[in-house]
Design a protein around this ligand. Structure first.
Ligand SMILES: *Cc1c(COP(=O)(O)O)cnc(C)c1O
Length: 372
């Protein structure tokens, strides 16, 4: 175990808690419950605990290992596996997930067998594909599908859901949401099957939610990015009263020199097999940070200082410091997008540091705190 790492992600648990509260109140105002989606933070118990403390009762993750970690850490919540289980992991699914989302009858049959064998009933949510073309049963097939599932012992259907803006970028419009609502009505009636969860989507559903006067029977939404990064995900616009800087990536300067901006010499491919283009900026202060693609998705970082990222390799990020006097040993802070957040949370080389006291960076944040 390494006890020192030169780069870290700082996680402000006070700002995180604020985001959870604001979103629970917002979606709750139209009776929509939130499942907290923890996959981008690897189900880290310190973070899951904040979600639960603020009132989230269901935690959803795409990795069974993350659910196991949260369970082992005694986080008090219901746990959902947010990905169709692999046939090879059904025993683990029964053990660590209260509910799993499903789209394949062969998998549900296998879950049923595992549930019976372990004497441990399992709940499922069926995902329908309403056009985004990632996971889902096609609406035309849903009746036959449900008929088959109802024959299987140890398995209870507790909801249906749809996912948007994940693969195809398809928006969860009023039209799509009412299709899901009507489908839920139809299933409840046709099969006399009460659906506890009619789960309309993810952080991309914010604009629909705000504009919609009639949300139909949708009573649930699965939220990750809005909680952690404070934005909706169709245009990545900030949601009012949410912090967009819960997470800060911090890296250390290991070289700082005035150098040219164009490489000098015959050129071939670089370390990643590409021949990059360079812009002539004349003589500049080139600063090197001691982290690289091995630690973080560099394209997902935005510096908080007025500096530019020029490029990166496995263990270095190269920066044009512009007017900033950055010297060896200085620390540089970055905002992270979803991909960058995922990369640092999964990297064993990036330290995780929890902070509780929040510095107020701007007026909007001041507003949020005044209301707390
Ligand atoms: C990741 C995921 C979510 C959460 O998406 P966010 O954009 O982070 O809110 C919801 N549902 C499913 C099925 C997912 O895989």
């Amino acid at each position: 175990m390494i006890d020192f790492m030169s780069s870290r992600v700082e996680i402000d648990l006070v700002k995180l808690g604020n985001n959870v509260e604001v979103l629970l109140n917002l979606y709750g105002s139209k009776n929509i419950g939130i499942m907290g989606v923890t996959k981008v933070v690897c189900g880290i118990p310190e973070i899951a605990q904040v979600l639960v403390n603020k009132g989230i009762r269901i935690l959803a993750d795409s990795k069974i290992g993350n659910l196991r970690n949260m369970r082992n850490a005694k986080i008090k919540a219901e746990f959902i596996l947010l990905k169709t289980p692999s046939l090879s992991e059904v025993d683990q699914v029964i053990k660590y997930a209260d509910i799993s989302i499903n789209t394949e009858i062969s998998v549900i049959k296998s879950l049923s067998a595992a549930a019976v064998k372990n004497e441990f009933p399992h709940k499922i949510i069926l995902m329908v594909d309403l056009g985004d073309l990632r996971e889902g049963i096609l609406p035309a097939d849903i009746d036959g599908f449900i008929q088959e599932v109802l024959q299987l012992p140890g398995i209870t259907i507790v909801g249906i859901g749809a996912n948007f803006a994940c693969l195809g970028g398809v928006k969860p419009t009023e039209d799509k949401m009412s299709t899901l609502s009507l489908l839920a009505d139809h299933i409840e009636e046709e099969f006399n099957l009460p659906l506890a969860y009619i789960s309309g989507g993810n952080s991309a559903n914010y604009n629909w939610f705000m504009a919609s006067e009639d949300i139909g029977t949708i009573n649930n939404i699965r939220i990750g990015e809005s909680i952690f990064l404070g934005c909706e995900t169709l245009g990545r616009t900030r949601i009012p009263n949410l912090f967009t800087n819960v997470f800060t990536f911090v890296a250390e300067v290991i070289e700082s020199k005035i150098k040219g901006s164009l490489p000098d010499g015959d050129r071939g491919q670089n370390a990643f097999g590409i021949s990059p283009e360079f812009q002539d900026r004349g003589q500049i202060r080139r600063v090197i940070l001691g982290v690289g693609c091995q630690d973080v998705l560099v394209s997902g970082l935005t510096p908080r200082l007025d500096i530019d990222i020029l490029g990166s390799s496995s263990d270095h990020i190269i920066i044009d410091a512009k007017r900033m006097e950055l010297k060896v040993g200085d620390e540089v802070e970055f905002d992270l997008n979803y991909g960058a957040l995922l990369s640092v949370m999964t990297s064993p080389n990036v330290d995780k540091k929890y902070i509780h006291s929040s510095k107020l960076d701007n007026q909007t944040e001041q507003d949020v705190f005044n209301k707390l």
